[in-house]
Design a protein around this ligand. Structure first.
Ligand code: DGY
Length: 321
């Protein structure tokens, strides 16, 4: 039997590449493929499958231009806001994602940002790189405790729950806002709010874990930031579209927020450089899943999904049944 034909749009960890070489006839790029390049590659090898990431938008136009031989698009991500699901469904394209395997790494990075923002890690690192040379008084350059602070979690799916598990180790009271209330065994004492605006005034730290959608677009706007208590910490490892960055900049400049941490931005990688000038904002370049183990697991999960579709089986992670 001939091997399935696959186009990959971005570089992948070595173990994933080795499996691709062993099991597929594939085009794997050295640099990212844009939509035109991906389409040309799909046509060139009459690809059955596309392995992509959120950097490539699978919009209605792109989906309409796909040749019939392309059967499956597997995004190497949990999020799929870059995919026009309705158009893919109508075209009969199977689309899969890679949930579960990045839960712990993403929660780790959210917690890293919480700790870094509270304890001014970005400012301390900058001081050391500049040579230090002056001791600080005991009242200077102070952060705030994370232990015991109340944490609000917006979006209590797998990643939100993993952040809550970490927070319990820091004795943090946990509040959460989610479309549905969790059963008590998953809630583990966290307090549920159906309404985000009702939760915000109680959050000394707020961490976002909701997907990008019409419902969450610009959710953290000037009004929402104003509802957080003065001195709150804000962290986003979900999607940049949840945040009005202008309002965030204002809240950080005015001191209403003590600090913030962002892994995701409205524009990536060409993010708003004014954010990088704020000393009380720690930034990472959309790397929540960027560990060797997790990126390898994501790549393998995407390949499992592709292999299933190419052998006539049901993939593990279809975006719709
Ligand atoms: C995800 O998996 O959705 C990560 O944010 C990578 O885009």
């Amino acid at each position: 039997m001939s091997r399935p034909r696959l186009v990959v749009t971005r570089r992948l960890p070595v173990p994933v590449l080795e499996r691709i070489r062993a099991e597929f006839e594939a085009i794997v790029p050295d640099t990212d493929l844009d939509a035109g390049m991906a389409l040309a590659a799909i046509r060139r090898i009459r690809a059955d499958a596309l392995l992509l990431t959120p950097k490539l938008r699978l919009d209605a136009d792109f989906i309409a231009s796909l040749p019939d031989h392309l059967r499956v698009a597997a995004t190497c991500s949990a999020g799929f806001d870059h995919i026009d699901v309705a158009a893919a469904r109508a075209r009969g394209l199977v689309v899969t994602n890679t949930p579960d395997v990045l839960t712990e790494a993403t929660a780790d990075l959210a917690f890293l940002l919480i700790l870094a923002a509270a304890r001014r890690a970005g400012e301390y690192a900058a001081i050391m790189r500049a040579g230090w040379r002056r001791s600080f008084g005991l009242d200077e350059m102070l952060g705030v405790d994370v232990s015991g602070r109340t944490l609000g979690i917006l979006g209590m799916g797998r990643i939100g729950q993993a952040v809550a598990r970490r927070a319990r180790g820091f004795n943090m009271p946990i509040l959460y806002c989610n479309r549905r209330r969790l059963p008590p065994d998953l809630e583990q004492g966290a307090r549920y709010f159906a309404d985000l605006h009702a939760m915000l005034p109680h959050c000394q730290i707020l961490s976002l874990h909701a997907p990008a959608s019409g419902d969450t677009e610009g959710l953290m706007n000037a009004d929402a930031f104003a509802r957080l208590p003065r001195g709150a910490i804000f962290v986003n490892t979900a999607r940049g579209t949840l945040v009005d960055e202008e309002a965030l900049i204002d809240a950080l400049r005015s001191g209403h927020l003590f600090a913030a941490g962002l892994d995701v931005f409205r524009r990536e990688p060409d993010f708003d450089r004014r954010l990088a000038e704020l000393p009380n904002l720690i930034l990472t370049p959309h790397v929540a899943s960027a560990t060797l183990e997790t990126r390898t697991a994501m790549g393998f999960r995407a390949l499992d999904n592709i292999a299933a579709v190419c052998t006539g089986q049901t993939p593990r992670d279809p975006l719709w049944p």
